[in-house]
Write a protein that binds this ligand. Structure first.
Ligand SMILES: Cc1cc2nc3c(=O)[nH]c(=O)nc-3n(C[C@H](O)[C@H](O)[C@H](O)COP(=O)(O)OP(=O)(O)OC[C@H]3O[C@@H](n4cnc5c(N)ncnc54)[C@H](O)[C@@H]3O)c2cc1C
Ligand code: HEM
Length: 403
């Protein structure tokens, strides 16, 4: 809780901080990287370049201040969970909170200038540390649950035991630990971080990949879409590296599985809605049901450019056989119907036509505009917010309401 002295100051200055949020975080990152260049190996340089990370950090701090003041309508817990799980996937340590806090508050002072009195600086310092303490406590628990005593021991080495071409730009890697130790269980919807060394000049980069295979398989599978260059945007760094450089026999450093979204939550009907590479958590969910609850009513709605661009499509005929209550609704912009495992809809997904016969638990994953469209369509059709989980393959700009 904010102290009685700080609460009115934070309330009075929140509009100012909110309107300068991205300017502050835009000042913060270069400042922190100048003082701590080693952190360039921890942060995602793609998200720095596109500005998504500064948007996510500004959105989270403003949402937290609103939450402390009781002004926010946004549920707070999911925002905290998302950040804590992401931090744990990266091995963030409590000591690093001191570094971030110092540079973030210096950025506030520089961007807002003389408007920041010592009292205002102290009030926002309090907001930062209340947030930091909540995150540090939650992260400690998550490290403990993953069997990690010290975040420096996060990474484990895995060997690629198979590599499968799924589509022209998507491939899967099947991985087994090199130490022959146990393969940890995971909840469908969880992801791992993959750390890759890009050479002396480019250092290390870390990305997250959802586990796309059967949770009980004894190996892990990740399914990666290679991002090609598009207009002004360069090719994706890590997806390109994995595509071009990593094959059977190579090793990768992986985090334990984390992620707060359970793609098979609940026990009743399940609705999985995905587009493009966003199908990966849905496929882990279906593989999980084969073993744990094959009779559960489940609908997969998937949208893609065409059947031959649809990742992991090859598993659907088997899954339709193993899951008697699985219904698949496919939307292809270019149907090429001969390749589809079930009758298809032509065009982009129409939220009004998503089957909703019974109250279902919903999991959505795909590009942000797709998820926004599907979520608002389902809300309009009466699905309660708390039944809809949304997995964002990037900084989550949906939960803090920044997108
Ligand atoms: C929880 C989670 C689960 C995920 N699961 C999967 C999964 O199952 N499969 C999967 O394929 N991906 C998944 N992702 C996404 C994945 O983590 C990576 O973001 C993705 O592979 C792209 O990484 P990259 O290094 O190839 O691209 P990056 O180098 O990070 O680039 C990303 C984008 O930013 C643009 N960009 C980079 N630099 C600049 C610049 N200087 N100027 C303008 N634009 C720039 C690039 O052009 C590209 O479009 C997941 C992400 C999360 C958070
Ligand atoms: C109170 C303090 C902090 C807040 C509010 C905060 C907030 C956030 C948010 C909102 C995200 C995006 C989560 C998502 O993917 O949806 C994030 C990611 C991240 N955070 Fe923090 N964070 C804090 C402290 C730290 C610290 C101490 C570090 C360590 C250096 C750190 C490193 C990172 C990294 C590396 C990412 C992933 C970046 C990316 O993928 O672009 N954070 N954080």
């Amino acid at each position: 809780m904010l102290s009685a002295a700080s609460a009115p100051i934070v309330a009075a200055t929140l509009p100012l901080v909110r309107s300068h949020g991205e300017q502050i975080t835009g000042n913060f990152y270069p400042r922190m990287f100048r003082a701590h260049p080693e952190l360039l190996n921890v942060f995602n340089r793609g998200n720095q370049a596109t500005g998504e990370q500064k948007q996510a950090l500004a959105g989270a701090v403003v949402a937290y201040a609103g939450h402390l003041l009781g002004e926010s309508t946004m549920p707070w817990h999911p925002i905290l969970e998302r950040i804590a799980h992401k931090h744990v996937s990266l091995g963030i340590t409590p000591a690093q909170y001191t570094i971030v806090g110092r540079h973030l508050l210096d950025a506030v002072a520089e961007v807002l200038g003389p408007a920041v009195t010592p009292e205002i600086a102290a009030a926002w310092d309090e907001v930062y540390w209340l947030f930091a303490c909540e995150l540090i406590a939650r992260e400690a628990r998550l490290y403990h649950d993953a069997g990690i005593g010290d975040p420096v021991d996060l990474w484990r080495t895995w060997r690629v035991i198979d590599r499968v071409t799924e589509t022209a730009d998507v491939f899967s890697l099947v991985l087994a630990p090199t130490d022959d130790g146990p393969v940890p269980a995971f909840v469908p919807g969880q992801y791992v971080s993959v750390a890759v060394d890009l050479g002396a000049d480019r250092g290390q980069q870390i990305r997250q990949y959802s586990l796309s295979g059967a949770p009980q398989a004894g190996t892990w599978r990740i399914t990666v879409k290679r991002l090609g260059p598009e207009g002004d945007r360069p090719a994706g760094t890590v997806s390109g590296h994995l595509h071009d450089r990593v094959g059977v026999g190579d090793t990768l450093r992986l985090s334990p599985p984390v992620g707060d979204i359970d793609a098979v939550a609940g026990t009743g009907p399940l609705l999985l809605v995905s587009a493009g590479i966003g199908v990966t958590p849905a496929m882990a969910a279906l593989e999980h049901l084969v073993v744990h609850d094959p009779k559960r009513p489940v609908t997969l709605v998937h949208a893609d450019r065409s059947p031959d661009a649809h990742p992991l499509r090859r598993h659907l005929p088997r899954l339709l056989g193993e899951l008697p209550n699985l219904m698949v609704q496919l939307w292809y912009e270019d149907p090429m119907t001969a390749l589809a495992p079930v009758p298809v809809n032509v065009g982009r997904v129409d939220a009004e036509q998503i089957p909703l016969d019974e109250p279902a638990q919903v999991h959505i994953c795909g590009p942000l505009p797709f998820m926004r469209y599907v979520r608002s369509g389902l809300l309009r059709r009466g699905v309660p917010t708390e039944r809809i989980a949304v997995e964002v393959f990037g900084p989550d700009l949906l939960r803090a309401g920044t997108a």
